[in-house]
Design a binder for this molecule. Structure first.
Ligand code: SF4
Length: 742
C-alpha cells in the first residue's frame, strides 16, 4: 500500500490523474503479484500478464485471456522488464556540465529549459527552436494528447517527427482522398481471402498502421480457410515465408507495379467499385491516366514478368474478399505518395474498399478522425514550404529530409535550439552523421527521454519522464487501426521513481513556464493552457473521447475488465466518416500531377542485375524496436544481427565471401559491416537493419555499446526523396559494396 500511495512532488495538480498504480498494486510490499496490462512497445498493443512487486517487473508473459491478442507476446514484450528495470534508464533530470552530467531537480531543469528556449526565441524568432518527436510518442496516449499544449506555445514552423520517416505518404493519401489523415484503411485480416502485401513485413513488425497482434496465426488462417497470401518484396521476408506466392520486386518500383495491376483491371473490364461508385469523385478519368502503364512496359522496371502481373491482377480482382496492404517499403521510396494512393485505388477498383474481407476502417471506441480534427490536424498539405529546400509541410510538420539543413543554414528561421521527445534522430533519420554534426552546433538542446542515447548525449538537459508500466495505457492510435473493433485499457502497475513526472506533465510544466518567461498576456495564456490540461488530465480526455465515441464503452467498464472489450468485426463506415460532401476524392490533383513523373520512369532504361551498382534496403528484426531496445541483454544476445545480406551471385561477382567484413558506400558516407550471403535478397539488392550504431562516446547505454553495430542511416541519403511528399527514400539507396581493407 505504501508504494501505491507514494507521494510525488510534481508541482502539478492534475485532475483525473492517470498515473496512480492500481490501489492493490502492492498490498503486501516485497511480495510478488500478477496483474494485467497492455504492452506499449509497438502498435500490436498485446495484452500482457505482469509479475511484479509494485516497483520492479519480474516477468512478462502474454495474456491468454485477452481476446484480441490471444496470449501472443514477442521477444520485445518479454524484454519490457529489462527496460523497466534498466539501471541505465534515467530517472532524474540531467544537466550537462562540460563532458560531465549532473543530476538536477525537476524545478531547476524545467526553469532552465523554459528560460533558454525563451531567450533563443526572443533573439532569433519563434522558428529558432526546432522540435523532433520520435515514434514511441504514438504509444503514449497522454503524450499524443498533451504534446500539442507545449508545441503550440512554442509556435515554431520547424517541427519534425518520425511520421515523415516512413508514414507520411499513407496519411497524406488519406487526407487527400477521405478528408482526414486518420481515416486509414486496414486489411480485414480475419475475413480476407486474398491478402496482397507490398513493402511490409507484419510477421516481424506485428502490423504497422494495422494493429494485428498474433499476426502469424491471423495470416496462417487466411490460407487455412482457402485464401491466398501474396507478398511482393525485394527480400524473402518472414511474412513471405508464410505466403503462397512471393514475388521479388526491385526497390522503388511498387507504384509501377500497382499501376500495371490497375491497367489490367481496367482494360479487361474487371473494375467494379460497387456501392462506392456513387461516392467517387474523379473516378472516370483514372483508367485513361493509367493506360500507358501496361504490364509489358512495367515488367522490366519491377523485375516481375508481365504475365505474372496480369495473372496477379486477375486473381486479385476475381477474389470476393481481397485487400491490398502496403506499408513502409511503399512509403519510403521515390514514388511513396503515388504508391500509397494506388494501393487505395486498387482496393476501390476491385470493390474491396470498405467491404468485409477487404480494406476497411476501424470503428474504435475513441474515434481517431475526431481526435485528428480536435487536434487541428485533419491533414493540410503544402500551406508553406521549408526555408532551404522548399519541401512542403504536412500538418504543420516538415519532412525530416530538411532537418539538418534547417539547423545548418544561417538566416532567419535557422534552428538554433532543439527539443526532442522520445527520439534518436541521429540513428533514425537519413544521413544521420550530417544531422549529428548539425546538432553539435546548436546553442541549446533539451531531450525529454528515458535514455542518454546517440542523440540525447548532445543535449544540455535531459528530462526523463516515467516509462511503461508506471503509466496507464490506452492505445488510442493503435485501436484506431485495429483489424477488429476492440477497446482495452491498461492500468499503471508500478510506482514511478520518486519525484518522477509523466511526459504530459512535463509538456504542461514547460507550457506554463515558457509563458511565464515571456511575461504579460503570454504568462496568462500559459497558465490557463497548463491549468486546463491539468484539470482534464489524460484520463479525463480519454473518458470524454470514449463517451463521445461511436461505441458504447466507458472508461469505468474498461477498468473493470483488464482483458478488454471485444466490439466485433470491422463494419462498413463509408460514406459516414468522409468529410463534407461525403465524397471520396479518388483523383486528387496533387497525386495526378505527379503521375507524369512516374510515367517518365517507364521511358528510362531499367538496369539489369549484376552491374556495379547495388541498392540498399532496410530490414526490421523481431528483437529490435528501432534504436531503443538494444540495451536489453536478452534481445541482443546471440549472433550479431546487424549484418548486410547479399545474394551469393552478387558476392561472387565481387569476390566477397560469407562472413567477410565489407564497406558499404553511398553518396553520403560509408560504413563497415559483416556480410551474410543469402538468397533471401534478390540480386542487385543488399539489406541492412536500421536502429544500430551504438557505442558513441557519451551515450549511456552499456549493453547496447557492446553490441554496437553500424547505423544504416550513415549511408542513407537525405537528398534522395519522394518529390511529392518530401519523404526520404530509405528503400533503394544506391550503394557500392567492397571488401573492407581492399
Ligand atoms: S508485438 Fe508489440 S505489443 Fe506485442 S508484445 Fe511485442 S512489442 Fe509488445
Amino acid at each position: 500500500m505504501a508504494l501505491a500511495l507514494q507521494a510525488r512532488e510534481t508541482g502539478s495538480t492534475p485532475g483525473d490523474r492517470q498515473e496512480e498504480p492500481m490501489a492493490s498494486a502492492n498490498p503486501d510490499p516485497g511480495t510478488t503479484r500478477t496483474d494485467y496490462a497492455l504492452c506499449m512497445l509497438c502498435e500490436a498493443a498485446c495484452g500482457i500478464e505482469v509479475q511484479h512487486d509494485g516497483v520492479r517487473v519480474e516477468r512478462v508473459r502474454g495474456n491468454a485471456q485477452d481476446g484480441f491478442s490471444r496470449g501472443h507476446i514477442c521477444p520485445k514484450g518479454v524484454a519490457l522488464a529489462d527496460v523497466q528495470n534498466d539501471p541505465d534508464r534515467l530517472r532524474r533530470p540531467l544537466r550537462r556540465v562540460g563532458e560531465r552530467w549532473e543530476e538536477v531537480s525537476w524545478e531547476d531543469a524545467l526553469d532552465e529549459t523554459a528560460r533558454r528556449l525563451h531567450e533563443i526565441q526572443q533573439r532569433h524568432g519563434r522558428d529558432a527552436v526546432g522540435v523532433y518527436t520520435g515514434n514511441p510518442t504514438v504509444h503514449s496516449y497522454a503524450a499524443t494528447l498533451f504534446q500539442g499544449f507545449f508545441y503550440d506555445t512554442l509556435a515554431t514552423r520547424n517541427r519534425f517527427s518520425a511520421t515523415s520517416v516512413d508514414a507520411l505518404p499513407r496519411t497524406l493519401v488519406s487526407a487527400q482522398l477521405y478528408g482526414n489523415q486518420a481515416v486509414l484503411p486496414v486489411p480485414d485480416l480475419d475475413r480476407t481471402e486474398f491478402l496482397l502485401v507490398l513493402g511490409a513485413n507484419p510477421v516481424v513488425s506485428n502490423g504497422s498502421v494495422m494493429t494485428a497482434p498474433d499476426v502469424v496465426n491471423r495470416l496462417r488462417a487466411i490460407r487455412e480457410r482457402g485464401g491466398r497470401l501474396v507478398v511482393v518484396d525485394p527480400r524473402h521476408t518472414e511474412t513471405a515465408e508464410l505466403a503462397d506466392t512471393h514475388l521479388f520486386i526491385r526497390p522503388g518500383s511498387d507504384a509501377l507495379l500497382l499501376a500495371a495491376l490497375l491497367n489490367v483491371v481496367f482494360r479487361e473490364g474487371l473494375a467494379e467499385p460497387g456501392r462506392l461508385e456513387a461516392h467517387l469523385e474523379g473516378w472516370d478519368g483514372i483508367p485513361g491516366l493509367l493506360a500507358e502503364f501496361t504490364p509489358e512496359r512495367v515488367a522490366p522496371h519491377t523485375g516481375i514478368p508481365a504475365e505474372t502481373l496480369v495473372q496477379l491482377a486477375r486473381d486479385f480482382a476475381a477474389s470476393p474478399r481481397a485487400a491490398c496492404y502496403g506499408r513502409i517499403g511503399t512509403c519510403t521510396q521515390e514514388f511513396g505518395a503515388l504508391a500509397s494512393w494506388l494501393v487505395d485505388v486498387l482496393n476501390v477498383a476491385t470493390g474491396n474498399l470498405d467491404r468485409p474481407g477487404g480494406a476497411m476502417f476501424t470503428t474504435p471506441a475513441a474515434d481517431l478522425p475526431t481526435l485528428a480534427k480536435l487536434l487541428g490536424q485533419p491533414g493540410h498539405f503544402g500551406r508553406w514550404r521549408s526555408r532551404v529546400s522548399g519541401l512542403p509541410e504536412f500538418n504543420d510538420e516538415l519532412p525530416v529530409a530538411t532537418f539538418a539543413e534547417e539547423i545548418e543554414t544561417p538566416g532567419e528561421g535557422q534552428i538554433r535550439a532543439l527539443v526532442t521527445h522520445a527520439g534518436n534522430p541521429v540513428l533514425s533519420l537519413p544521413n544521420g552523421r550530417r544531422l549529428e554534426k548539425a546538432v553539435e552546433g546548436l546553442e541549446f538542446m533539451v531531450a525529454v527521454d528515458i535514455y542518454r542515447n546517440e542523440t540525447t548525449r548532445h543535449a544540455d538537459l535531459i528530462l526523463p519522464p516515467t516509462f511503461g508500466l508506471e503509466r496507464d495505457h490506452y492505445p488510442v492510435i493503435e485501436h484506431g487501426v485495429a483489424v477488429r473493433n476492440v477497446a482495452r485499457y491498461g492500468r499503471a502497475l508500478l510506482a514511478p521513481p520518486a519525484d518522477a513526472r509523466h511526459d504530459w506533465e512535463v509538456f504542461l510544466d514547460l507550457t506554463e513556464r515558457l509563458g511565464r518567461a515571456r511575461g504579460g498576456l503570454e504568462a496568462v495564456k500559459g497558465r490557463l493552457r497548463a491549468g486546463l490540461g491539468r484539470a482534464l488530465g489524460p484520463r479525463g480526455v480519454l473518458r470524454l473521447m470514449l463517451r463521445l465515441g461511436p461505441q458504447a464503452v466507458t472508461l469505468d467498464r474498461l477498468e473493470r475488465d483488464p482483458h478488454g472489450v471485444d466490439l466485433g468485426p470491422l463494419e462498413p463506415r463509408l460514406p459516414g466518416i468522409l468529410g463534407r460532401g461525403k465524397r471520396i476524392r479518388i483523383a486528387p490533383e496533387l497525386l495526378l500531377d505527379d503521375l507524369p513523373r512516374l510515367a517518365r520512369r517507364l521511358g528510362s532504361v531499367a538496369a539489369p542485375p549484376g552491374g556495379n551498382g547495388l541498392t540498399l534496403i532496410g530490414r526490421r528484426t523481431l528483437r529490435s524496436n528501432n534504436s531503443w531496445m538494444h540495451n536489453s541483454e536478452r534481445l541482443v544476445a546471440g549472433r550479431p544481427r546487424c549484418v548486410l545480406l547479399m545474394h551469393p551471385e552478387d558476392a561472387r561477382r565481387r569476390g566477397l565471401a560469407d562472413g567477410a567484413r565489407v564497406v558499404i558506400k553511398s553518396r553520403v558516407g560509408e560504413i563497415e559491416a559483416p556480410l551474410e550471403l543469402s538468397e533471401e535478397v534478390m540480386e542487385g539488392v543488399v539489406s541492412l537493419p536500421h536502429g544500430w550504431g551504438h557505442g558513441r562516446p557519451g551515450s549511456g547505454l552499456e549493453v547496447a555499446a557492446k553490441h554496437a553495430g553500424v547505423s544504416a542511416n550513415d549511408v542513407t541519403d537525405e537528398s534522395f526523396y519522394d518529390a511529392l511528399s518530401g519523404v526520404s527514400c530509405l528503400s533503394g539507396v544506391p550503394v557500392t559494396v567492397t571488401a573492407a581493407g581492399a
